[in-house]
Write a protein that binds this ligand. Structure first.
Ligand code: SF4
Length: 372
């Protein structure tokens, strides 16, 4: 289950998420809307609500703005019985400035056992440019707060591909992140979405578009440094210590069903993918009134499912089995191997970091070869 928490104190320069800008989060309003949506989900029958959930991921927005009791309230909404599995992974995102000791402890007591910290950078100018609320030492304090509250499964998000004029050293940021000695790191490349302040700045020539060469170099540098530090690069954007891979994300990559609650949240129950209204007030009003907040849905046809499965499989280091393939896709993969984009071992093709840089193109080429 994915649950979206929409509130943020301000919108970051590059952010295209479903965000509602507020000085403070309103846990009561949030929980009321989620409760309404759960009633709708129960009555419509597209999802069979599992008795026990494998994973819950509370993302945002800034969930930590919702305060210390929000996750206990969420447990009531979801149903405490569903959260009882001893193996459940319950992740919540937190930003350093709002991860207070009270929030960290309150969430831990409610059952949250993994925190994903929105660090992004340790460079003051870069953090300011992005519009983040924390300073260079925010991450260190947040990790300390989390550990004191009893979390040992911590993930840190960083952004690469930032403009050169900021003077931020990606290598320094990676080294600072390694000093935190967390079990998991997620690295995201800066994207320029047209409807964001950054998108407008690029369109008006006030900022340059992302430098693709620097983007690629930074991605490859991260892959090398983190691997040397003992992290497995187990998915395009994700690195973990052994056993600390994100189980929630594996649900997406394996094509398993998931229910998304909250504004802008997506859900998938083969072959239907659907998404909720993005705008918070519209979502909330519908959910509280017992009306479905769904904005749209698509029924995936066989070809779309095949391409998506292939693309998802290539994202991870499990790769894709080549057993039973004809000559054409095998020849394609041989070409990838020669160019350092893939390796083949134990009858599976796995992309290298260099291959992941061009994942979308490789997935389409392979799909074409497999269907030919
Ligand atoms: S904190 Fe995250 S969700 Fe909120 S505005 Fe910034 S990038 Fe977007």
């Amino acid at each position: 289950m994915y649950v979206h928490a929409p509130f943020c104190v301000r919108r970051c320069f590059y952010c295209d998420f479903a965000v509602q800008v507020r000085r403070e989060g309103d846990a009561e309003e949030w929980l009321r809307a989620l409760e309404g949506e759960m009633d709708v989900v129960r009555s419509e029958g597209l999802f069979e609500l599992a008795d026990t959930l494998e994973s819950v991921y509370v993302g945002g927005g800034t969930p930590s703005l919702l305060g210390p009791t929000a996750m206990a309230g969420l447990a009531e909404v979801i149903g405490r019985g569903r959260l009882r599995s001893p193996d459940i992974e319950w992740t919540a995102e937190a930003n350093p400035e709002s991860l207070t000791p009270e929030v960290a402890r309150g969430w831990r007591e409610a059952g949250v056992n993994r925190l994903s910290l929105g660090v992004q950078s340790f460079h003051e100018g870069a953090l300011r440019w992005m519009g983040r609320m924390h300073g260079p030492d925010g991450a260190i304090q947040a990790v300390r707060t989390a550990r004191e509250a009893g979390y040992d499964n911590l993930s840190v998000d960083l952004i690469f591909g930032l403009p050169a004029h900021l003077g931020r050293s990606w290598r320094d940021d990676l080294e600072r992140a390694l000093e935190l000695d967390v079990s998991h790191l997620s690295l995201y490349g800066l994207g320029v979405e047209p409807a964001t302040p950054l998108g407008r700045a690029v369109a008006e020539g006030r900022e340059a578009p992302v430098d693709e060469d620097a983007y690629g170099e930074e991605f490859l540098l991260a892959a090398e440094l983190l691997r040397d530090a003992g992290y497995a690069h187990y998915e395009v954007s994700n690195f973990s210590r052994p056993g600390a891979e994100s189980r929630h994300n594996a649900v997406y990559w394996n094509g398993a069903p998931y229910l998304g609650l909250g504004n802008g949240a997506h859900s998938y129950a083969h072959p239907v993918r659907r998404w909720n209204r993005r705008e918070w007030n519209a979502y909330r009003d519908a959910a509280v009134a017992g009306v479905s907040p769904e904005e749209g849905r698509e029924v995936l046809n066989d070809a779309a499912v095949r391409l998506e499965r292939l693309w998802l499989a290539l994202r991870t280091d499990l790769g894709l089995s080549i057993g039973g393939w004809s000559e054409s896709p095998r020849a394609l993969v041989e070409g990838w191997k020669r160019r350092g984009l893939a390796v083949v071992a134990e009858s599976a093709v796995r992309l290298t970091a260099r291959g992941w840089l061009v994942l979308d193109r490789l997935a389409v080429d392979l799909d074409t070869a497999l269907s030919g």
